[in-house]
Design a protein around this ligand. Structure first.
Ligand code: SF4
Length: 500
């Protein structure tokens, strides 16, 4: 995978983590984001450092591995490893990543297990030199693509669909295409969700699938027409002082070189279907989508929730951090005081160290601690953005009662999650989703709350103030914008099963 003439530094110091082996109860009870991508074309700038900070701002999109590839002349320099961005890189490593062009990635595995070999960017050798590819999303036609690649004896070294996209591009180039045309031919072989940043010695490319399921934005550095940035979210532009220019459109390819930025609509069929989960949970609240911060949208969801399912209570609070904007909105409409009922330990990253049995039994206090003197003797409304399996919510409710809450009413600022995602979000299989098998009344009983209500599907979409058809909301309806093969629905790690 790592080309022979590249300066590639990878480390295998972390043992492989097979997420199948992690007890379901220990896995985060939330939809997990797949990846953050970042790209930069910036002559005379320290692109490695700018990429590092871009990834640092995108850390919430993936905490398992991080990687940066830079291009100086014809040579690619690559470093990737398991861990948080701040754990993987230091000044010395960044100094060894020179050049004008950078591609970065933070990963949470949605295909392939969690191992440094599956970390990105994926670097592959082609007839025209090396390319480095960073991918956010998931393909749904990996089986077909894999067989096509193996037929031509491509050397697949990882279990990710991202490597397959890079190899499909390499195959097209090796068959005689130029980079731009070859890449487009390869994109036509991909189905599913893909927001890509692809670096080469000539420039950097930003691409979205025809539905634009995952976000990708363009920014300019210091207002210069020759220095561009691509990123999953605008928060990665803000951190390096870049100015938001526009989104990469669904089915669009932007190609940034010394000649500036060129745009090409590579897919004739476009139908915008941005993931609605990005809007109310995944993306950072300070990121801008549809010309407003997601904080503002999330506040509106809370207001709508209060209109739809008001209940009498003494205080309202949100589950930190993602439930807070909706809780503030709810409190304003309900005219019930907003308080902080739970304090989050902001310094916990993901840990693979298992807590002691006693800690496990005591609930979720490693992350969230209830404020006893705020909650004691109060009827409380707790707002969360979603419920996936319900394991965390149940422990949370128990901890609120132990802290003295006399009534616990739970309100959720999205509808019940009834279907898994196949477009780059890590969800459990359908039978693990509590709302797929239980009614709202049954879930309320299971969580031991006094009342439970979800936001309506219409409410969630109408509050975007956009065309309600321009979003994917398949995990609430099962109406998948890109058809998902039955076989794929059975296993997240189906690639590895196929290889064995
Ligand atoms: S299925 Fe759900 S999580 Fe997946 S892209 Fe669609 S809205 Fe987003």
């Amino acid at each position: 995978m790592i080309p022979s003439n590249s300066k590639a530094v990878t480390s295998d110091k972390y043992a492989q983590i097979n997420r199948n082996q992690i007890n379901l109860d220990e896995r985060p009870d939330k939809q997990e984001e797949a990846c953050g991508v970042f790209g930069i074309y910036a002559p005379e700038q320290d692109v490695a450092k700018l990429t590092y900070f871009g990834l640092y701002a995108l850390q919430h999109r993936g905490q398992e591995s991080a990687g940066i590839a830079t291009f100086k002349g014809k040579q690619v320099h690559l470093y990737k490893d398991m861990g948080l961005v701040s754990q993987v890189f230091n000044e010395t490593i960044l100094d060894e990543l020179p050049g004008n062009i950078g591609v970065g990635h933070t990963r949470y595995s949605t295909t392939g297990s969690s191992h440094v070999a599956n970390a990105q960017p994926a670097v592959v050798q082609t007839r025209l030199g090396e390319i480095a590819l960073a991918h956010n999303g998931n393909l749904v036609n990996t089986k077909q693509l894999r067989s096509e690649l193996l037929e031509k004896s491509c050397n697949l070294t990882t279990t990710t669909d991202s490597e397959m996209i890079a190899l499909a591009i390499a195959e097209e180039l090796n068959d005689g295409s130029q980079l731009f045309e070859g890449a487009i031919r390869a994109f036509h072989r991909c189905q599913g969700a893909f927001s890509l940043v692809i670096g080469s010695s000539e420039g950097v490319m930003g691409v979205r699938d025809p539905n634009g399921i995952r976000p990708l934005v363009i920014g300019t550095l210091e207002g210069s027409p020759t220095r561009y940035v691509l990123a999953s979210e605008t928060c990665a532009l803000d951190i390096i002082g870049a100015k938001y220019l526009r989104d990469v459109e669904p089915g669009e390819l932007v190609w940034i070189t010394e000649d500036g930025l060129e745009s090409f609509q590579w897919s004739q069929k476009q139908e915008r279907k941005l993931c609605i989960f990005e809007m109310f949970y995944f993306a950072r609240p300070d990121s801008i989508m549809n010309e407003e911060s997601l904080y503002s949208y999330r506040m509106r969801l809370g207001r709508r929730l209060a209109k739809e399912s008001l209940v009498d209570a003494d205080i309202v609070f949100g589950v930190p951090d993602s439930g807070i904007p909706a809780a503030i909105g709810f409190s304003k409409v309900a005219d019930i005081p907003y308080v902080e009922g739970l304090i989050k330990n902001r310094y916990v990253g993901r840990t693979f160290i298992q807590p002691t049995q006693a800690m496990r039994e005591s609930g979720i206090r490693m992350k969230l601690n209830p404020l006893k003197d705020v909650l004691s003797g109060k009827r409380v409304i707790i707002i969360d953005d979603s419920i996936v399996r319900g394991t965390t919510s149940r422990k949370l409710v128990k901890s609120l009662r132990e802290a003295g809450a006399t009534e616990v009413h739970m309100r959720i600022s999205s509808p019940p999650v009834t279907h898994p995602c196949f477009y780059g979000i890590d969800t459990d299989s359908q039978d693990q989703l509590i709302a797929a098998t239980k009614s709202v009344e049954e879930i309320a009983k299971h969580l031991e709350v006094d009342s439970l209500a979800y936001l309506s599907w219409e409410g969630m979409l109408e509050e975007t103030k956009q065309d309600t058809n321009s979003f994917c909301s398949a995990c609430f309806t099962g109406d998948y914008p890109v058809p998902v093969p039955e076989r794929l629905k059975r296993s997240k790690l189906m690639l590895e099963e196929a290889i064995v």
